[in-house]
Design a protein around this ligand. Structure first.
Ligand code: SF4
Length: 321
C-alpha cells in the first residue's frame, strides 16, 4: 500500500482517477485531465449560490481548479474544465488564498473538481491546519473517483458533495464516453458516506454529505434509477440536492435530441412525485430555471451574477481588493 501511495502522491505513472492514464505528471506529461503536477486554479470567491447549509449568509469559500477528469460536453464550467483557463499556484499560494477566504468569513473551503490535484490539495490542507486555521474542507466532485485516492484524501475532508450523474452505463457512455462511471460513483459515494455523520450547527454544515443529481431532459428513467439507489443506500445518512438547472448548451459544437431543450414542467412534476413515492424528504430541490443568464463566465473577475458571489482571487490578476 505504501508504494502505491507514493506513486499517487508524486503524480508519477498517474492513477489518481479511474482514467488510469499512467503518464508521469511530475515530468510535465498530461493525461486526460490536461494537467501536470502543478496546481492551477481559475478563481476563488465567496459563493452564495450553494445549498443554504453551505453558503449561509456569509458564503462558501469556493476554489475552482483547472482541468477535469470527466469534461462533460454540457459542462457549465467548460472554460476551466476543458479549455484550460486558470494559472499555476504553489501550495503556499493556495494556503494564502484559503486563509483570505476564511478571513472574509467563509464557512468552509469548497474545493471544486480537484480530483486530479489530490496530492497537492492534501499538502495545502495540512499546511492550513498547521498554521492554526480551523475551517471545514468540502470536496465538491463529479464522483468519478479512485478508492485509493479517496483513502488518502479522507482524513482532510469534512464535507463531501459529490455528483451522481447517472447509473446507466449506456447513458454514461453517450454523455461522458465512460461505461465505468456508474460503478465508480457508487463505490465512491458509499466510501464518502462512511467518513462521518451529518453535523449542522446554527444552520451551517460542519460535516457529512450532500449528494447532488442534475436532472437531464428526456432522462427521467435515469433520474428515477439514481433516486431509488440513493434511497436504498444513502438516504438515512445524507442529504439530497436535486438540481433542475440543465442548460441546453455545449462547448464542443453538437447537441442532439432531448438535450437541446430544458427539463420540462411535466418531467419536473413526475420526478417530484417519485421523490414522494420513495419518501425522500431530507435535502434541497432547485426550481427549474429556463434561462442561462446565471451561467458563469470565468474570463470575468466575478464569473457569476453579482448577488451569487464576491470575487477574492482571479487568475488574470491575483487578489481582488
Ligand atoms: S488524474 Fe489526470 S492524468 Fe491522472 S489518471 Fe486521472 S485523468 Fe489521467
Amino acid at each position: 500500500m505504501e508504494d502505491r501511495n507514493n506513486v499517487l502522491r508524486n503524480y508519477s505513472s498517474c492513477s489518481i482517477c479511474p482514467r488510469q492514464c499512467h503518464v508521469d505528471r511530475s515530468k510535465g506529461e498530461k493525461g486526460f485531465c490536461g494537467e501536470t503536477d502543478r496546481i492551477r486554479i481559475a478563481c476563488a470567491c465567496l459563493h452564495f449560490g450553494e445549498e443554504p447549509v453551505l453558503s449561509g449568509e456569509k458564503g462558501s469559500g469556493i476554489i475552482f481548479f483547472s482541468g477535469c477528469t470527466m469534461k462533460c460536453w454540457f459542462c457549465q464550467n467548460y472554460q476551466i474544465s476543458s479549455k484550460g483557463f486558470g494559472t499555476r499556484v504553489t501550495v503556499e499560494e493556495l494556503v494564502t488564498i484559503i486563509s483570505v477566504l476564511k478571513k472574509k468569513g467563509a464557512y468552509n473551503i469548497n474545493l471544486v473538481t480537484g480530483t486530479h490535484f489530490i496530492p497537492g490539495i492534501i499538502q495545502a490542507i495540512k499546511r492550513t491546519r498547521e498554521n492554526g486555521h480551523a475551517i471545514p474542507f468540502l470536496w465538491n466532485s463529479s464522483g468519478y473517483e479512485e478508492k485509493e485516492s479517496l483513502e488518502l484524501l479522507a482524513p482532510y475532508i469534512d464535507i463531501w458533495v459529490p455528483d451522481i450523474k447517472t447509473l446507466q452505463p449506456a447513458l454514461s457512455h453517450t454523455l461522458f464516453g465512460l461505461r465505468d462511471y456508474p460503478d465508480k460513483v457508487k463505490d465512491a459515494l458509499l466510501f464518502m458516506q462512511k467518513q462521518g455523520d451529518i453535523d449542522i450547527k446554527e444552520g451551517i454544515m460542519k460535516s457529512g454529505m450532500i449528494v447532488r443529481h442534475l436532472v437531464l431532459p428526456g432522462e427521467v428513467s435515469s433520474t428515477k434509477q439514481v433516486l431509488l439507489w440513493y434511497k436504498q443506500n444513502l438516504s438515512s445518512h445524507t442529504l439530497l440536492s436535486l438540481m433542475f438547472q440543465y442548460i441546453p448548451f455545449t462547448y464542443n459544437g453538437y447537441l442532439t435530441g432531448n438535450l437541446c431543450r430544458y427539463v420540462s414542467e411535466t418531467e419536473y412534476e413526475e420526478i417530484l412525485g417519485y421523490l414522494d413515492e420513495l419518501g425522500i424528504e431530507d435535502g434541497f430541490i432547485q426550481e427549474p430555471v429556463h434561462e442561462d443568464t446565471w451561467m458563469p463566465d470565468f474570463t470575468k473577475e466575478n464569473p457569476f451574477p453579482f448577488d451569487f458571489a464576491v470575487p477574492v482571487w482571479h487568475y488574470s490578476k491575483g487578489f481582488i481588493q
